[in-house]
Write a protein that binds this ligand. Structure first.
Ligand SMILES: *Cc1c(COP(=O)(O)O)cnc(C)c1O
Length: 487
């Protein structure tokens, strides 16, 4: 068994550094780990999508803080036995739950390289910042934004939607709001009731209160009702409130609907409101010539939240915020600090820094895995992959429509299919059981949601590995478990 120098028999070398004494031993461990993980990804279809964590494995993660050393090879053995088999499952093509990207081997390698550089991308003049600026330029180009637009990697769209609300708030009330606070500025924001929960949470976190986020009804296609939106804005103005922000959805989380973004852009322009788009997964549809027309109006947004870790298949996490007016973005977060002094040369040059555009000061190198992914595969292949997930969703829809025991519950706008097993009994309970049966079988992992008040089996085809045979296997399993339970 190879062990790293740090853990040689006889204990550590006594040197304070955490580097190994024997790099060759570490190298042997490292190569084995890399080979194993490549196999893990390559052979993913041979394993269950997901399996429950056995109680004894769970219990092994309740041990006391290790006081002494453990050989790396032993720690890795624990990883192989107790961690790798019980992951989320979203690498697997049978994973169709929530909105999870599948990741790629390329992204995995880039993560390793980024960890080796161990760059802190909060600021300073180094290549990590420049690679992030390259991604900002690419997103601007893809979305048709001007050169004055700014961008920032964040954890995910939950954070990006929150930051966007803060930028819109500062733009509405002026930079003084950062000093004196909201007081009782009666701000109101708007989104459809199909918007993601984090859009509501952003109003809460910013101190506006959840109630300040007006939830507007949606139509049969799950798109925001523009007339109802207009009426609510007028009503709020009449009551002396201060409407400032409208959030459109480019791909709602439940069914993948796209709001009328061009209509929202025009309304916001007319009303003098900030137009934000929650494009968490849907906005990267811009990569596909087939899907881009459905996103018309996106290029007119004041800001867009998106996730490279969903349709972009970049390994977790890689959320992103794009803001049309980079100055307004910076004015919402930049704060002078003696210890972050900027220079015109040396490592402290290169201002503005990413920390001027958000609240994270220490930040990893998320741009590297995104750069590797976009460079390696190119925009055309990424777009074709995204269009393929929609084709697989349409295949699934057609299959559901052919099965008399199943029924569709929502239109398929992009890559999300909501359906259920029919029963004269309690359909919600039966379909929830079918979803849990599927998870425990390891065959497939859709999730569930509520559509028009009823529980739906929800399959979001996000993983680039998922093909028609995978969704057919999922439907076969739904019929199997549904029949077994309906008997
Ligand atoms: C996933 C998602 C979010 C939240 O993004 P995270 O990256 O999970 O924080 C917000 N809105 C929509 C539409 C999403 O699909």
């Amino acid at each position: 068994v190879s062990v790293s120098g740090l853990a040689r028999a006889g204990g550590h070398s006594g040197a304070p550094s955490l580097d190994p004494d024997d790099w060759d031993a570490l190298r042997a461990d490292a190569h084995r780990m890399l080979d194993d993980m490549l196999d893990y990804v390559a052979d993913v279809r041979e394993r269950p999508v997901w399996q429950p964590i056995p109680p004894e494995v769970r219990a092994r993660f309740a041990e006391p803080l290790p006081r002494g050393e453990t050989p790396l090879s032993e720690v890795y053995r624990r990883f192989t036995a107790d961690i790798a088999p019980y992951a989320t499952g979203n690498v697997h093509p049978g994973f169709m739950g929530w909105v999870h990207g599948g990741g790629t081997a390329v992204g995995m390698l880039a993560e390793m390289l980024a960890a080796g550089l161990n760059a802190n991308c909060g600021g300073r003049d180094h290549i990590g910042i420049e690679v992030e600026r390259q991604i900002v330029r690419w997103v601007r180009e893809l979305f048709g934004f001007p050169e004055t637009a700014s961008g920032l990697f964040v954890t995910g769209s939950s954070m990006a939607n929150f930051l966007a609300l803060l930028v819109a708030r500062t733009a509405a009330l002026g930079p003084e709001v950062r000093e004196r606070g909201l007081h009782d500025a009666p701000l109101t924001a708007y989104a459809s009731s199909a918007a993601h929960g984090c859009v509501i949470q952003a109003a809460d976190l910013a101190g506006l209160g959840r109630g300040a986020l007006r939830r507007i009804p949606f139509d049969a296609a799950h798109r925001i009702d523009l007339a109802a939106l207009r009426a609510r804005i007028a009503q709020d103005r009449a009551e002396g409130l201060k409407p400032f922000l409208v959030t459109g959805s480019a791909g709602t989380v439940d069914v993948g609907a796209i709001d009328d973004l061009a209509g929202l852009a025009a309304l916001c322009r007319e009303q003098g409101l900030w137009f934000h788009v929650d494009g968490a997964f849907g906005s990267l549809g811009m990569l596909s010539p087939e899907i881009a027309p459905k996103l018309a109006g996106l290029s007119e947004a004041d800001s867009v939240a998106l996730d490279f870790h969903k349709w972009g298949q970049v390994n977790y996490d890689a959320g992103f915020l794009l803001v049309r007016d980079g100055d307004a973005h910076r004015a919402s977060f930049a704060a002078p600090a003696a210890y972050l002094r900027r220079e015109t040369r040396g490592l402290a040059a290169g201002s503005p820094w990413p920390c001027d555009f958000g609240l994270d000061l220490s930040r990893g190198f998320r741009a590297l895995k995104t750069w590797f992914t976009l460079k390696t595969f190119g925009a055309e292949r990424m777009g074709a992959m995204i269009a393929h997930t929609c084709a697989v969703a349409r295949h699934l829809e057609a299959r559901v429509r052919r099965e008399p025991k199943l029924e569709m519950l929502a239109p398929v706008a992009l890559n999300i299919v909501c359906f259920r097993y029919r029963t004269a009994g309690d359909a919600d309970a039966l379909n929830a059981d079918i979803v849990a049966d599927l998870h425990e079988s390891g065959l497939a992992a859709p999730s569930s949601t509520t559509v028009d008040g009823v529980l739906a089996i929800r399959a979001a085809i996000v993983n680039h590995r998922t093909d028609a045979a995978d969704v057919d296997r999922m439907v076969d399993a739904v019929l199997h478990f549904g029949d077994a339970r309906a008997r």
